[in-house]
Design a protein around this ligand. Structure first.
Ligand code: G3P
Length: 220
């Protein structure tokens, strides 16, 4: 399973890259707005930090506009993935951009029907939003299950399932149990993955008992 980090906070990304856990990054217009910085500068900086796919979302809603913005953004770095919304215009732009060799992440996916369309349009990644489905009383993880099952029937579908709108470690675990290819994780949730109170207590107890021995491991 690949871990992408879902943020446009360069300093957060820089520190998480050191864990060796970062296989890519996803941004969206909201995350870019939260960064308070110029879009192209943020994407360029992230692409320098992370060799894997870095998603940059177009803001045009018509095919021509998406193509123009996508081609412009793709020039920032070879590892830029262009994010387009799951609309007819977005999927037409997806087909053309992937045909030009550009990675495309189709975002704002909320149904299996939409995911089938994205795969038929040649999307590199499909981003079903788990948390936002949960927010409206549906079970977002069921959508991941549906998409993985459907895609598994069609080897010619090259689209990777990129579970998005992740809100908790449980989302990560369940997406892994289902077999999603990628999860894109907010930094807060990624940090939570490490934590368990029994690990903290166990380490503290080990060190307290070791201290009683009066010994040191001499590394020289
Ligand atoms: O990558 C999509 C993600 O940023 C959306 O998350 O929590 O705004 O639904 P959220």
């Amino acid at each position: 399973m690949k871990f992408f980090v879902d943020t446009a906070d360069v300093e957060e990304i820089r520190s998480l890259v050191e864990t060796g856990l970062v296989d890519g990054v996803t941004t969206n217009p909201t995350l870019i707005a939260q960064s308070g910085r110029r879009f192209e500068d943020v994407i360029a900086e992230i692409c320098n930090l992370v060799p894997g796919p870095v998603s940059a979302e177009v803001t045009a809603t018509d095919q021509e506009g998406m193509l123009a913005e996508g081609r412009y953004l793709a020039k920032i770095a070879p590892n830029v993935a262009i994010k387009v919304p799951l609309t007819p215009e977005g999927l037409m732009a997806c087909r053309i951009l992937t045909g030009e060799g550009t990675l495309v992440n189709v975002t704002l996916c909320f149904s299996a029907a939409q995911a089938i369309l994205a795969a038929k349009a040649g999307a590199s990644f499909i981003s079903p939003f788990i948390g936002r489905l949960d927010d409206v009383g549906e079970t977002g993880m069921d959508l991941i299950q549906e998409i993985v099952e459907i895609y598994d029937h069609y080897p010619d579908f090259r689209t990777e399932v990129l579970a998005a709108s992740i809100r908790s470690p449980l989302h990560v675990i369940e997406a892994a149990q289902i077999g999603a290819d990628i999860v894109t994780i907010p930094p807060k949730v990624l940090h939570q993955l490490f934590k368990h109170p029994l690990t903290d207590k166990g380490l503290s107890d080990f060190l307290a008992d070791w201290k009683k021995t009066g010994q040191r491991i001499s590394v020289v």
